[in-house]
Design a protein around this ligand. Structure first.
Ligand code: BMA
Length: 879
């Protein structure tokens, strides 16, 4: 029997496809991205207004229509809170695709919503077709019989307040032990980006809207998913790719083609059996995908074309990287616990890297280019890994594409953070679908090497002393406890990963160790006893090491231009000073004024004015702090069976708005100085020096006769895969006079084996009169030379730096080379933290915040400068 198909066959229609590619069965995707308007849904008298872009969200549209001021400026955030408590409606119209008479009857029309944020009711031509409750779940609705024959189709999406819905759910389940850090508990009940509720680095902006694309798909048969598993043999000589295509409809054959750099590597046509086509390919001598620095990032393309007889009716392709990725957790020598490090293509990688939060409160406006630029900054910063933190989103494909392309490993959290999540049945259903859909969307990226269940929910459990018995394996019983989300992390997400990505490691949470989350000997660790917690000195980071430190951080002010961007009157704003209420408003961390002040006052002579120098002081402090963590933890990467620390991920690389936070690069992609000190620490070859004071009483009771020994320890970190022989030179300088007081080659042809840190020497600070004040005025400079070339340097200072009588150099020379490609810095006294600056935003320094000692010229690469570009400099003690 032939049913009459509702599609129009009007050839005049602008979106008519009858003359083009829409032959009878071809899968066609028509973006529904035009003509959208929006308005507040509960305000009868309000008019529909045009959207700013598509996809979009309500804040972007209100800003574009000048209904609200930019919430990132001043304290405007306060004035826009009402937006999150009212409903909004979006609508558009679109034509039905034109089909020939023959085409009618056997095609399906599906509206595909890639993401609706969050509680949406979708109405098509007056009929409700969908209700959603999770911004991360893509939805597909068969609308074949709802599309109009004639005229346009009306599509309307109404969004309820997610905040109020969340509050209602909290009230509906009064027996759950609701509680969280950051935001409020209503967020725990709602499957929406948790940072929308506000975080300790981000504003509360409860947005809503069609935040990801909407498409109308027309097909009779299609490839609903193209996926694969890969297995690279331990020998690295061959790889197996099991390619799979899920097929909807009756088309009978899939042709798989694997190609590399445009050349075909393998292909196979296979029959579709029960909606699936599968083929196993063996690739000999595969071109392997490596993390940046360890090799290239070749990406194969796998293409599946769906055929019916001779015609191709659908085609899908994905990029694919072949690599072996392992997380090694095994006993180590001489220390308790187990290692935690990543081994890629059999190479153990010390994973220096960063944590990532969403790059904007309004994700739809983040361009592909911006994602690329962010990931490029990470790669250029000598970092190997990004952790996509659980309070944000499953990122856009462009982000992971950039990671694949640039060789950045990804640690992906599932989207739960800092709280005790509920586990009522509807919630669990959403969580399961959300996990499965998003794992499917992301599983092809070679950059993703680990998934984790949540961010700090086990830590929250510990703080609240919620029930958790690791020995109780009865999954259903977990739901009866006051920590029911264990069922999510250890059952639902674990099962989803086991089924969909059996070749990728799944970790129950971050941090997670199976024991106490603060156990430094197993699993990963969030080390917040600098800044939060016991507020330790950063000089003690060596005592705070863990097997893999997946979070630690320190705040610093952003660039002056970034501050001026959020001050309503910019440069001339009366609040343009460090302690002003607007500047404070743009810092969301608990006790931030005290903590920044604490770490500044402990270490430097500083003043809040002028603002530029204060910003510099905070950035110097953050830079010193974070670099010491990397340096001291990397020291614990000691080679096979002695991987006492396998990685360090700084909290955080980026910001979602202009703010003072832990970020090392601000919202406008302006690096803070820590970006550079971290980059130096993660260089292929580096040198570490630390200074320790030992007090040795002459006898048991004396308080008067105590020998003070100030010792320096020197080590080298060779992260390359080559054994090195180096000469080690140590020099000392008097801070006051700039005189060189010591110079010696302390080692010749010293061995620095590949991929590890090696202790070089420990000895008393070279001074003429030990145990005097001389140590406190002696700067130690250490250098590594290979074949006479300097390959690493490090300058060690007496600490705290505030005690040091720093001299203002008479001749701080900062010279831009003729060709504008290098800056040379020199001075006649030791200078701490020389920061180059340029008014010209096109000028990019390859390094910054360097220490200088007399007799050397420090050369810094620079891009974007021309002859005559003015370069300024700032240093500690300048003002
Ligand atoms: C960590 C993160 C975030 C937070 C950061 C700074 O623990 O997981 O929740 O923003 O600390 O407090």
């Amino acid at each position: 029997m032939r049913t009459e198909h509702p599609f129009s066959s009007n050839p005049q229609h602008p979106s008519s496809t009858s003359n083009s590619s829409l032959d009878m069965l071809k899968h066609t995707i028509l973006p529904i991205n035009k003509g959208w308007t929006f308005k507040q849904a509960d305000k009868e008298d309000s008019k529909f207004l045009p959207v700013a872009q598509f996809p979009t969200n309500v804040h972007l549209d209100l800003i574009a229509n000048k209904i609200i001021e930019d919430p990132f400026i001043g304290k405007n955030e306060n004035d826009v809170q009402w937006i999150g408590e009212v409903p909004w409606v979006y609508k558009t119209s679109f034509p039905s695709p034109t089909l020939s008479t023959e085409q009618r009857g056997n095609v399906k029309a599906v509206l595909a919503f890639d993401g609706l944020d969050t509680y949406a009711t979708v109405v098509l031509n007056g009929k409700e077709i969908l209700k959603t409750e999770d911004m991360f779940i893509p939805e597909r609705v068969d609308v074949t019989t709802y599309l109009k024959n004639q005229g346009d189709n009306e599509l309307e999406i109404r969004f309820e307040s997610a905040y109020l819905k969340g509050c209602a759910l909290v009230e509906k389940y009064p027996d759950h032990h609701w509680g969280c850090w950051n935001g409020d508990t209503s967020r725990l009940a709602v499957r929406k980006a948790q940072y929308h509720w506000g975080w300790d680095w981000g504003p509360t902006l409860m947005t809503c809207g069609p935040w990801r694309p909407i498409n109308l798909e027309i097909f009779s048969s299609r490839i609903s998913d193209l996926y694969f598993t890969t297995d690279v043999d331990e020998s690295l000589d061959s790889a197996e790719i099991v390619a799979k295509a899920d097929v909807e409809g009756t088309a009978s054959e899939v042709n798989f083609v694997i190609s590399l750099a445009g050349a075909k590597v393998a292909s196979k046509t296979v029959k579709v059996i029960q909606g699936n086509a599968t083929h196993t390919f063996q690739i000999e001598n595969p071109d392997l995908w490596y993390p940046v620095r360890y090799g290239a990032q070749p990406l194969y393309t796998i293409t599946a074309s769906l055929r019916n007889g001779d015609s191709e009716i659908d085609i899908k392709s994905k990029k694919l990287g072949l690599r072996r990725a392992e997380l090694v957790q095994r006993p180590i020598s001489d220390q308790p616990g187990t290692s935690f490090f990543f081994r890629i293509n059999n190479i153990p990688v010390f994973c220096g890297g960063s944590n990532w939060i969403p790059a904007d409160n309004f994700v739809p406006r983040i361009s592909k280019e911006k994602y690329y630029d962010w990931v490029k900054l990470v790669a250029d910063g000598n970092q190997f890994m990004i952790r996509v933190w659980g309070g944000g989103i499953f990122e856009e494909q462009a982000f992971y594409d950039a990671c694949d392309e640039l060789g950045i490993l990804v640690w992906q959290d599932f989207l739960f953070g800092c709280g005790n999540y509920p586990a009522f049945p509807e919630f669990l259903d959403l969580v399961k679908r959300e996990a499965e859909e998003n794992v499917k969307l992301l599983r092809h990226h070679p950059s993703i090497v680990i998934w984790a269940g949540n961010n700090e929910d086990y830590q929250y459990r510990e703080e609240q002393k919620l029930t958790y018995d690791p020995d109780n394996k009865d999954e259903e019983s977990w739901l009866e406890t006051n920590f029911p989300a264990r069922y999510i992390y250890e059952k639902i997400l674990a099962d989803a990963c086991k089924e969909l990505i059996p070749d990728t490691y799944y970790h129950f949470g971050s941090p997670w160790s199976g024991k106490d989350t603060t156990d430094p000997t197993v699993g990963d660790l969030h080390q917040w006893n600098v800044w939060h917690g016991s507020q330790q000195k950063y000089q003690n980071f060596d005592k705070l090491v863990g097997r893999f430190v997946s979070e630690f951080g320190m705040e610093a002010f952003p660039n002056i231009k970034t501050i001026e961007s959020f001050l309503p009157l910019g440069k001339s704003d009366p609040d343009r000073f460090a302690q002003s209420s607007t500047v404070d408003f743009h810092n969301k961390a608990d006790g931030h004024e005290r903590r920044i002040a604490l770490y500044l006052v402990e270490n430097f002579r500083y003043a809040p004015d002028p603002l530029e120098q204060f910003i510099y002081s905070t950035q110097l402090m953050q830079a010193e702090c974070l670099a010491s963590a990397y340096r001291l933890w990397k020291r614990q990467w000691k080679g096979p069976k002695r991987e006492y620390c396998g990685g360090a991920l700084v909290w955080q690389i980026n910001d979602c708005w202009p703010v003072t936070s832990w970020a090392i690069v601000d919202y406008y992609l302006r690096p803070k100085h820590a970006y550079y000190t971290v980059k130096r620490e993660m260089a292929p070859i580096s040198l570490g020096v630390t200074r320790k004071e030992h007090l040795i009483p002459k006898d048991k009771h004396t308080r008067a006769y105590i020998d003070k020994k100030t010792e320096i320890e020197i080590w080298g970190s060779n992260l390359t895969l080559k054994n090195l022989k180096v000469d080690v030179v140590v020099k000392a300088f008097d801070v006051l006079t700039g005189k060189e007081t010591f110079s010696k080659t302390i080692k010749t042809a010293f061995s620095l084996p590949e991929n590890r840190s090696t202790e070089i020497a420990a000895f008393a600070v070279p001074v003429r009169h030990p145990n005097s004040d001389e140590e406190a005025r002696t700067v130690v400079a250490a250098y590594l030379y290979e074949y006479g070339n300097q390959i690493a340097r490090y300058i060690n200072w007496p600490e705290p730096l505030k005690y040091v009588h720093l001299q203002k150099p008479k001749e701080l020379s900062v010279v831009l080379s003729e060709d504008g490609k290098e800056v040379e810095i020199s001075a006649e006294v030791p200078v701490k933290g020389v920061a180059l600056e340029s008014e010209d935003e096109d000028v990019v320094f390859e390094d910054n915040l360097v220490d200088v000692v007399p007799g050397e010229v420090v050369v810094i690469g620079v891009k974007g400068a021309k002859k005559g570009t003015s370069i300024g400099a700032r240093y500690l003690g300048m003002l």
